[in-house]
Design a protein around this ligand. Sequence first.
Ligand SMILES: [Zn+2]
Length: 329
Amino acid sequence: MTHKYIICRAAALVIVIAGLGFGCAGESEPATTETVEVEGRGDDTAKWWEKLPRAQWANYERVADELEWFEVYRIFPDIYAIYEPGQFEEVISFLIVGEQRALLFDTGLGIAKLRPVIATLTNLDVMVLNSHGHYDHIGGNYEFSDIGGVDVAYARERANGAGNEKVVEYVTGDWLWKKTPDGFDPQSYEIKPYAVTTYFEDGDIIDLGGRRLEILLTPGHSPDSICLLDREGRRLFTGDTFYLAPLYAHLEGSNVADYKASIDRLVALEPEIDHLLTAHNVPRAAPAYLSRVKDAFEAINSKSAAYVETDGAFEYQFDGFSIIVPPSK
Ligand SMILES: [Zn+2]
């Protein structure tokens, strides 16, 4: 989930990122240095969306390209990224296909029907699991019957859905630029309620057959944020805990101390993983960013980092990402 004020801020940065790992599906991490333009969502150009999809997507095979709303890419042979560039969040959901079943990590905005898209990608039973309960990650949950979740009060409340008055803003004005599916009406857009059928705890492992995913509770961005660790595949699905854009530690329900502790936990895994798979803008980032985020939180805490104040929150800028904290920090 984002705050729209980012649209009023020009923050395009050209930075050098070592070993970011752009490559074709299944390739190992190249030890190259890439010059990458990293931007927040919706920088204040007249038509910010004309730059989409961002350059990294060109490295992946696009599949199901007849779809009007979603863009689907094969990131690895068994992992698809389902990207929604038509709305400001540029949210990314991931389908992870095992030998016996599949897991859908987030269901996007709920603007277009997602289940028929998933059905074109796998015949296996699909369980949904959400990185957290913000509206842009749970919008399609209602289409599925097998939904995993964490037993956190915030997540339970989110499963009740959100009425049009709470979410209409996100599908009007320049939040939304792409043609929406026939029948979609912003004035009736809502997050439909859903029922969690299986609760998981920290450390639980979901076995898809040939692909095991470990659930890590990583509160901070929200109280119910999780990451998914694929130890054999050396990948970490980070949800909104990390991506290459402004990170939100200032939202209602965010907690800076929890966020920092969660990052500290993830940093310990850094030697064991080759790829971060992230939930906004672009699908992959180098694991070294985890250490950089740890350093960033320490710089914020020691007040040794520069910041800009925007709409009452403080945004600290680092290479490739920023962190927005509430004014008390
Ligand atoms: Zn979020």
